[in-house]
Design a protein around this ligand. Structure first.
Ligand code: PHE
Length: 339
């Protein structure tokens, strides 16, 4: 009989319950009026004298085990109920979390920032609503200069001095006004031009412009920097500089990168030449330095500017620039695995 009671102790210790009813059933089975404990207590008088002590102790252990189990389970179930009351059922599986994707413009912008930050360029930003001085005049584009026609501008109708910036060169002007050389900064941001919207052009897009000003900065430094950039960005180190014109740089150049002619796409995007134009650049015109409070006799510098949208379209094979601003999740979701 003692062995049977010992088995019951092990059983009681292992017992678990999911509801209060189950606990109550368990309690009645052992501690109820007609429960097992009373049945065994009734047997006490029939137990041989030399076993009475052990029998008594074992049956007390069973009683205590059951009592403790009942208390512990009740407490556990009650605290679970409390939590349910406050927060709902905490044991239910959570809602699946949708992981977002970075916008391709941000992906490419961050890549460009990363590449230039490795050679000591910081990031500068400025307002999208600009004044005439920072967008044009300081950059060697006086009021009646024909080069202003190159960029169709959105002016504020009631005040022609205020406009939406047409390039982030305006940020470079602000940076030069407020900082002393050596200056190494890139200015990413959105710019606006009054152009018809099509698959290839939009009335707003994004640029990164770069500026380096110090003593004895030369055209060779510019070329070296651009070559470093194209190698890091595209894995292509062959570039060529074609003479060009910008009012704020002299001399000025367009930068082409040799893309190659390995695939059909290469033929299409380079119009069969293998060369792809990716940015404008030049040595900062001394007038611009002087306009911004930098002594052009002591310092020289270079500047460059490129369109982020075009590069994003190139690298991610996006056929229509409008997709970049439509916020269609089916498009945006495709960049989940990108950086
Ligand atoms: N600001 C020029 C543009 O928007 C780009 C550029 C920047 C060219 C710096 C030369 C030097 O087209």
């Amino acid at each position: 009989m003692i062995d049977k009671i010992k088995e019951l102790i092990v059983e009681a210790e292992a017992f678990t319950a999911k509801s209060k009813e189950e606990v109550e059933e368990f309690r009645i089975k052992y501690l109820g009026k007609k429960g097992l404990l009373n049945t065994y207590f009734a047997e006490f008088k029939n137990v041989a004298n030399d076993q009475k002590k052990e029998f008594g102790q074992t049956i007390n252990t069973l009683k205590n085990t059951v009592q403790e189990k009942v208390n512990a389970l009740k407490e556990e179930l009650e605290s679970k109920e409390d939590r349910k009351g406050l927060y709902g059922d905490l044991s239910r599986p959570g809602e699946p979390i949708e992981i977002g994707a970075r916008h391709p413009i941000s992906i490419v912008k961050n890549q460009i920032i990363d590449i230039f930050s490795r050679i000591g360029f910081n990031v500068s930003e400025g307002p999208e609503i600009e004044d005439d001085w920072h967008n044009f005049t300081a950059l060697n584009l006086p009021e009646y200069h024909p080069a202003r026609d190159m960029q169709d501008t959105f002016f504020i109708q009631t005040n022609p001095d205020i406009l939406l910036r047409t390039h982030t060169s305006s940020v470079q002007v602000r940076y030069m006004e407020n900082n002393k050389p050596p200056i190494r900064t890139i200015s990413p941001g959105r710019v606006y031009r009054n152009e018809a919207i099509s698959a290839r052009s939009h009335c707003f897009f994004h640029q990164v412009e770069g500026l380096y000003i110090d003593k004895d900065v030369s055209f060779a430094d510019l070329k070296q920097t651009l070559q470093y950039f194209t190698t890091e960005m595209f894995g292509k180190s062959k570039i060529r500089l074609r003479p060009s014109y910008f009012p704020f740089t002299e001399p000025s150049a367009e930068v082409d990168v040799y893309w190659g002619l390995e695939t059909e796409i290469d033929y299409r995007i380079t119009k069969g030449t293998g060369w792809l134009e990716i940015m404008g650049c030049g040595m900062v015109d001394p007038n611009v330095l002087d306009n911004c409070g930098i002594d052009s006799k002591k310092y020289s510098g270079f500047a460059f500017g490129m369109g982020i949208d075009r590069i994003a379209m190139l690298l991610h094979q996006i056929g229509d620039i409008r997709l970049l601003s439509e916020n269609d999740v089916r498009f945006l979701e495709q960049f989940k695995s990108a950086l």
